[in-house]
Each structure stands twice: as structure tokens, then as C-alpha cells.
Design a protein around this ligand. Sequence first.
Ligand code: NAG
Ligand code: NAG
Ligand code: NAG
Ligand code: NAG
Ligand code: NAG
Ligand code: NAG
Ligand code: NAG
Length: 653
Amino acid sequence: MSPLNSGSMPVLVLLLLFGHSLAAPPSFTVDYEKDCFRKDGEEFRYISGSIHYSRIPRVYWKDRLLKMYMAGLNAIQTYIPWNFHEPSPGQYNFSGDRDVEHFLQLAQDIGLLVILRPGPYICAEWDMGGLPAWLLNKKHIVLRSSDPDYIAAVDKWMGKLLPMIKPHLYQNGGPVITVQVENEYGSYFACDFNYMRHLMKLFRSYLGEKAVLFTTDGAGLSYLKCGAIQGLYSTVDFGPGGNVTAAFDAQRHVEPHGPLVNSEFYAGWLDNWGHHHSVVSSAIVAKSLNEMLFLGANVNLYMFIGGTNFGYWNGANAPYSPQPTSYDYDAPLTEAGDLTEKYFAIREVIKMYRKVPEGPIPPTTPKYAYGEVKLTKLQTVSDALEVLSLSGPITSLYPQSFIELNQDFGFVLYRTKLPVNCSKPTPLSSPLNGVHDRAYVSVDKVAVGILERNKVITINVTGKAGSQVDILVENMGRINYGRDINDFKGLVSNLTLGANLLTDWTMYSLSIDKAVDQGLLRGTGPTAADGTQPASLSPPAFYEGTFIIPDGIPQLPQDTYIKLPNWRKGQIWINGFNIGRYWPSRGPQVTLFVPASILSTAAPNNVTVLELEVDPCIPGPCTVEFTDTPILNATVKSQHKQLRKHFNRDDLL
Ligand SMILES: *[C@@H]1O[C@H](CO)[C@@H](O)[C@H](O)[C@H]1NC(C)=O
Ligand SMILES: *[C@@H]1O[C@H](CO)[C@@H](O)[C@H](O)[C@H]1NC(C)=O
Ligand SMILES: *[C@@H]1O[C@H](CO)[C@@H](O)[C@H](O)[C@H]1NC(C)=O
Ligand SMILES: *[C@@H]1O[C@H](CO)[C@@H](O)[C@H](O)[C@H]1NC(C)=O
Ligand SMILES: *[C@@H]1O[C@H](CO)[C@@H](O)[C@H](O)[C@H]1NC(C)=O
Ligand SMILES: *[C@@H]1O[C@H](CO)[C@@H](O)[C@H](O)[C@H]1NC(C)=O
Ligand SMILES: *[C@@H]1O[C@H](CO)[C@@H](O)[C@H](O)[C@H]1NC(C)=O
């Protein structure tokens, strides 16, 4: 290197430093005089949409974000589910589909700002509202309050999470413009201001004084009473079809100045098993969106794409009513990311207020109908305990809950004996409604009935004293909203048989996902005892089959949907990936979304089904079918749809 060259280096460095200091550092603030946000000093309004990375395979994040960008949105909103990232205390997972930092980076690369909702509680129709089930190890814990056990866990989690988030804040060069503290706290019974103040201090200590922190509550004074807190910017949420001015009046009541914000404008709505599929018309969404944008309000459309509750991640409403696997939400982008008429209706409205990006919109991803796949029966759950229950059974006088057995999700087998001769039909009962949530009962390996939380608390059984009673209990998803979120699973109270208390239980914690993934069930034939006559009920059992992706068709594998025509209820895995729960006999969801990313062209694809109620292989062959068209709206024999969470006109008074 010549002396001349080395001498010029400091000049270059000085120039770089000088050039940098000319531009003000990025800033995002609330302007209480002009009633708006300011980004880098300029007046700014966001038009945002909700997308939950936890409900979309990582390979599709970019496609979905790009479609959101092309709709004219300038921001996205996402939740961070605590239980998705800390499956057991102190064990964190931020890799693969859980790599939230990668998700934030993608959003930024595409040109979208981010409204981040790290909880700790998120609702979201997600198991336990995102709180980890292991919090229930403290039996009497008061969640979402100043309870010291709860606070200790929250502090530890936020001590891990928030430092990861900090570099992604807008003022630090990232996409995150605002951060929500808790979620709709005003809808929760505890109304513990010390808890909210504690969270505020915690968030401030990790994110700094400049971070814009906010709360969200239903657009009614009754919600804002316990949800709004000094030091956090209060926003509201409400759906279409109402009086937008009146709804924002609720926000103005607690936040007389600053930007108007609807943090959850419901572009669709959630489903529950056994209820009709929710549909919200594009016209009404477009109309209310237009009204809000006309007022200059900031709006987040919830959901812009709902995605899928893979595995066991769905939540439930109270009184107990679990949500299905699909979280399609009738959103502008479907569960599979398809463009809809609602997408374009929204884009047209946005066009009136800001320039939407030019260029082609990424097309709907093609779907492929792989057709029918024949399955064969493997062992029943009761016969496969050796490979399913790796830790072996635990015995106790009275039944223990999932948490006591150190299991969070899935299934536990409870086994005991009939204490007396039941030659006549004898009621087997859960007098305290303690089957959480559904129990498949067999006596000496013959299926005798199903108990279901809130729905069926007694069945009749017959059998000799000493007969083996197997009760497979399914956790169908924890309540995610309201005061009942301490949702213990399993047999949470005693069962009775006639006048007797059932005691002396042997309980098998089941690692079904591991057994399926490792192929441990493979090749186990059905037990000889299997009949050839169709029965109205059969003991829970596994079924398996394979299919090959056809050669010579370019662009395969593609996404598909699986349909189970003669099956009743259960769980499906493809190549060990837990696709979710199926329950076509209850509806409204009939097909399950299968992303191409889990399919293989290199080897036969393995389909494993745990069917809980019938044996679809008797008398004929049993098949599942891969189709290219989703069905989420089968008619159901149902009661009325639950009341909507928000936008109750009376709340506005
Ligand atoms: C973390 O999560 C990813 C994505 O779900 C999963 O593939 C991986 O196995 C998990 N890691 C651990 C250690 O459990
Ligand atoms: C909407 O609410 C505002 C404020 O409460 C009220 O002034 C207005 O008349 C209402 N509009 C309609 C159409 O009811
Ligand atoms: C059940 O009935 C059998 C006869 O069928 C009898 O031998 C046995 O003692 C009875 N057991 C009980 C516990 O009542
Ligand atoms: C049980 O059997 C008794 C006697 O046969 C009958 O009266 C009762 O309705 C049955 N209960 C149930 C829940 O099936
Ligand atoms: C079952 O009943 C016994 C005796 O009344 C009681 O001690 C125990 O707590 C009960 N167990 C459950 C899970 O309710
Ligand atoms: C399906 O299972 C077989 C047997 O274990 C295995 O060889 C194959 O790789 C699996 N297929 C896929 C796509 O994982
Ligand atoms: C279900 O949705 C499809 C597609 O939108 C529609 O054609 C069909 O009529 C709907 N079926 C029911 C039962 O609502």
C-alpha cells in the first residue's frame, strides 16, 4: 500500500461519518398536537394487516408478505406466541418456522413496517392465548395478574424476547414502529393495574424510552376502563358495519389527542367446531374501511391472512367450544394464501388514499389433486402403548391432569378396572364435568362410548368386575379468552361408576408425535380380535398409507387439501408433520390444508391418521383423498353462532 493511499483513508472515514450524521436518525413518534403518527418527522398513517407467522410455513412467509404489500398495505401486525417459543421453562425455540427475527427481516426487505404484539397474553384463538401450559404447574396461579409466580415467568421470558426485538425497532434501523403491551386487558376480570404498570416498566427497560408502546381494547368504555393505562397509547378494536365515528369516540374518551387507531378491524371472523362457517361480506368491509380511512384513522385489518392451526395449536372459546384447524377467517387472503374478491375490494379502497405498488401481484399458488390414497389399519392406541408411552405409566389412586403428568398437548390414556359387575347398563359419569375435553371409552378393548366436556357427562357401560377400562382423553385446545384460561386438561375430576368412585388409575402419557415421526407404529398390524362387521364405534387406532408424487408434471409438489370422507374425528400427520385435527362429522371444516413444503418427490409420502371414533376400513377399503378445493363451510347441525367479541352498540354508551 502506498503512503499516499494510506494517507487518504482518514478523509474517507471522515466523509462517511459526516455524511451519516447529516441524516437524522430514524424516528417514529406520536404527535398529540396534529393527532397523528410521525415517521422521520413526517405525518404518517398506517394501513396494516394481521399475519401470524406461527400459522404459516416459513417457506410461504415471503409470498404472503408480498401479497400484503401489493394490496397497498404499508405495515403488518403480528403476535408472538410465548408458548410457541418456550415449550418448556427455559427451553427456547427461535428456529425454522419459529424464527420470528427472520420474519421481521423479510417484512422489512419487502417494504412493510411492523406492529408487534409480543403479549405476554395474545388471545389470537391460539392455545391458552399464547401462555405456556406449564404455567399451570402452579395450580392456583392467577394468570395475567401480579401473581408472583406468573410475574417471575413473564420477566424471564421478556428478558429473553425483548432484547431480541430491540434491534428491530424503527429507531434502531428495523421495521417495528409500535409495540403492544398485553392484549385487550380490559376484557379480563382481574383489572390489575399493578400488573400493567409492571409490564410497562419491563418493556421500557428493554426497549427504551423512544419505543411507541400501546394497548388495544374493545371500542367501549367498559373495556377501556381496565385496559387503558397512563404511559401506554390506547387504541381500540372493532369490526365493520357499525358507526365508525362512535367507535372512535370511545378511543377519544381515553386518548383525547393523538392518532385514531383501530388495531383489529375484523375483515372476517373465527370459526368453532359445530357452528356455521363465519363469512363477512367484502362490501361491508370495504365500506367501513373507507369510512375509517376517510377520518384519517390508522387501521389494521384482522386477519389479512389467517393461516392454519397446525398440530394442536388451536384455542377454544368459553363455554368450552374449540376452534378448528383452519384459521382461514374469511380473510382477504385465504388459509392457503389465495387472492380473493375481498382482497381486490380492499385494494380498491386503499387506492383512494395511497398509491398502491405497481407490478404483478404474486398469483394464487396452484393446488394439486393427488387423488385417493388407500390406508391400512395399524394398532389401536391401547395396543401400541409400548411405543407411544416412552416414559411408561404412572399410577395413582385418583386421576391426575395432563400437567401433573408433565404433558401439555395431545392425548393421555387413563386405565383402570371395573370395580363391580355391571351386568346391566351402569352409568359411567363425570359428575363435575371434569373430562377435558373428550374421552374415548372402551371396556376390554371394545369401544363403549364417548364423554365430552359440557356435552356428554354420562354413558352406560356393561362388563364383569375386573374388566379393563381404557379412557383415551383428548386435549382439544385450551380456552384462549375470558376468565377460564386456566384450562387444565385430562381427567380433572373423579369419574364414578354407578355409586362407586373409580380409583387406582394407571396413566400413560403419550408421545404420539414422536412415535409417528420416528415410524415406530409402522408395520404393527391390527389385532386379531378386529371384527369384520362395521360398528358404530371403534377404539382409537392408527392408520397408514403412502402416495407418490407423479413424475413428469412440472412444478410438483404443489399444495393440496386432504379430505376424509368416511372418517369421523382425529389427527393427521404427513411425513411426520402434524397437519392438525379433522372432524368432518361436526364441521364446518371438511378439508385440511397440506402445504407442498412437507411433501417429497424423492420418497413415498407417509400419511398417518389417528382415528378416534370409527374403523373406516370395515367393511371395505379405507381411503383419504387429496383434492385441490378446500371445503370449510359444510353445513352443521348447530345452535346460534356465538356473539361477537366486540362491537356491541351498548358498550359505546
Ligand atoms: C424448533 O422449532 C422448529 C420449527 O417448528 C422445529 O423444526 C425444531 O425441531 C424445533 N427445535 C427443537 C429443538 O425442538
Ligand atoms: C354516528 O355516531 C356519531 C357520534 O356518536 C353520531 O353523531 C352520528 O349521528 C352517528 N351516525 C349515524 C349514522 O348513526
Ligand atoms: C361378579 O360376578 C361373578 C359371577 O358372574 C362372581 O363370581 C363375582 O364374585 C362377581 N364379582 C363381584 C366383584 O361382584
Ligand atoms: C343407561 O341405561 C339406563 C337403563 O337402561 C337408561 O335408562 C338410561 O337412559 C341410559 N343412560 C344413558 C346415558 O344412555
Ligand atoms: C377424587 O376424590 C377424592 C376423594 O374425595 C379427592 O381427594 C380427590 O381430590 C379427587 N380427585 C380429583 C382429581 O378430583
Ligand atoms: C416414509 O417412510 C419411509 C419408511 O420409513 C421412509 O423411507 C420415507 O423416507 C418416508 N417418506 C418421507 C417423504 O419422509
Ligand atoms: C361453501 O362455499 C362455497 C365457495 O364459496 C360456496 O360455493 C358454497 O355454496 C358454500 N356452501 C355452503 C353450504 O354454504
